[in-house]
Design a protein around this ligand. Structure first.
Ligand code: ATP
Ligand code: LTN
Length: 322
């Protein structure tokens, strides 16, 4: 089963990225799995070049620390494989302005800034190129990316109908629990790298004391009943879902073990601290060895280009480029 997924180096990885996507990358890694750090996507919002450089290396080290094994799967950097940007242009000439301007993520991010970049609008076309270049059948992503996956399918089908069967039609794969981890301070908004309140996100590399503080201060409600119910208790339901995803049992079963919010929060803090500690330790080792990181990336870039090159050439020839 060919798999592809991507993550932006737009900030430090949080438990939403980990539980919603990266944990599943690790579980489904195989020689048919391709994972990329999508640095071109990170340029759609303002980012300092030196910061992007650092965060790209941080992101690679975090993915390896979380359990990706470059002996098993392929880990590469999007901008190092030139076919992504090239296919994106071809697909921009297949996608319509109307469908791109209706994307929820575009509308939310564009609303937050004046004079937003054109790349913010065309972002999902580049994502479609990432996926279609590898003939991916499955794309493990969090819930927020479902709409982009649907658009990718539409673009691929339109291309195939107009120019001949070039692309595989992919499907989104989502985790059972925690496909949408919410901000701890605003549990009706997703936990996010680029838009976040200081206490709202738990990062993979947070110190234990910070993790404990953030979970203990998580916004709940004024009732005093531990119950899994997103409608009326988003704060508690978010904590239960995070718990469930780290522990493996259902949120309802976890809820039945607690009567007090304080006890639930203390146990969850311990569980998260214990689960993240080995990742943080491996991260520090890897991040201090830039030569080894570079070797992993170089090899991944080469393996990725071997797959992407022929697919790009098929697509460009089908459209009439000589
Ligand atoms: P940004 O805020 O900069 O858009 P992000 O935090 O949404 O970043 P991405 O790099 O865009 O992170 O996403 C990487 C993966 O993590 C995607 O598969 C996405 O669906 C998933 N993801 C992101 N946020 C969450 C979340 N709060 N809950 C579950 N999955 C998430
Ligand atoms: N848009 C995605 C990141 C992303 C991606 C991809 C995910 C870029 N290219 C290809 C899956 C497959 C996001 O998480 N915001």
């Amino acid at each position: 089963m060919r798999i592809l997924s991507g993550i932006q180096p737009s900030g430090t990885m949080h438990i939403g990225n980990f539980l919603g996507a990266v944990k599943h990358w690790v579980d489904s890694q195989s020689p048919e799995a391709y994972y990329c750090v999508v640095d071109l996507h990170a340029l759609t919002l303002e980012i300092e070049p030196s910061v992007l450089r650092e965060q790209t290396a941080d992101c690679v080290a975090s993915l390896l620390a979380a359990g990706l094994d470059p002996e098993i799967c392929t880990l590469f950097i999007q901008s190092h494989v030139p076919y992504h940007a090239r296919l994106s242009w071809l697909l921009e000439c297949v996608a319509s302005y109307g469908e791109l301007s209706r994307m929820t993520q575009f509308k939310e991010k564009a609303e937050r800034q004046e004079g937003y970049r054109v790349g913010l609008l065309t972002y999902p076309v580049l994502m479609a190129a990432d996926i279609l270049l590898y003939n991916a059948q499955q794309v493990p992503v969090g819930d927020d990316q479902r709409q982009h996956l649907e658009l990718t399918r539409n673009i691929a089908e339109r291309f195939n109908n107009r120019y001949g069967e070039v692309f595989t039609i992919p499907e989104a794969i989502q985790p059972n629990a925690a496909s949408r981890v919410m901000d701890l301070q605003e549990p009706t908004r997703k936990m996010s790298k680029s838009i976040s309140s200081p206490l709202g996100s738990v990062y993979l590399l947070d110190e234990p004391s910070e993790i404990e503080k953030k979970i203990k201060k998580a916004v709940t409600d004024t009732e005093n009943e531990v119950r899994f119910d997103w409608e009326t208790k988003p704060g508690i339901s978010n904590l239960l879902e995070i718990y469930s995803s780290f522990e493996g049992s259902s949120p309802e079963a976890i809820a039945s073990r607690y009567t007090r919010y304080g006890d639930l929060k203390s146990d969850l803090a311990l569980l998260v601290i214990e689960s993240l500690a080995p990742i943080a330790e491996r991260y520090r080792e890897l991040r201090n060895d830039p030569v080894a990181l570079e070797a992993v990336i170089l090899r991944g870039d080469e393996k990725a280009a071997e797959i992407a090159g022929p697919v790009y050439r098929l697509a460009s020839a089908a459209m009439g480029l000589i």
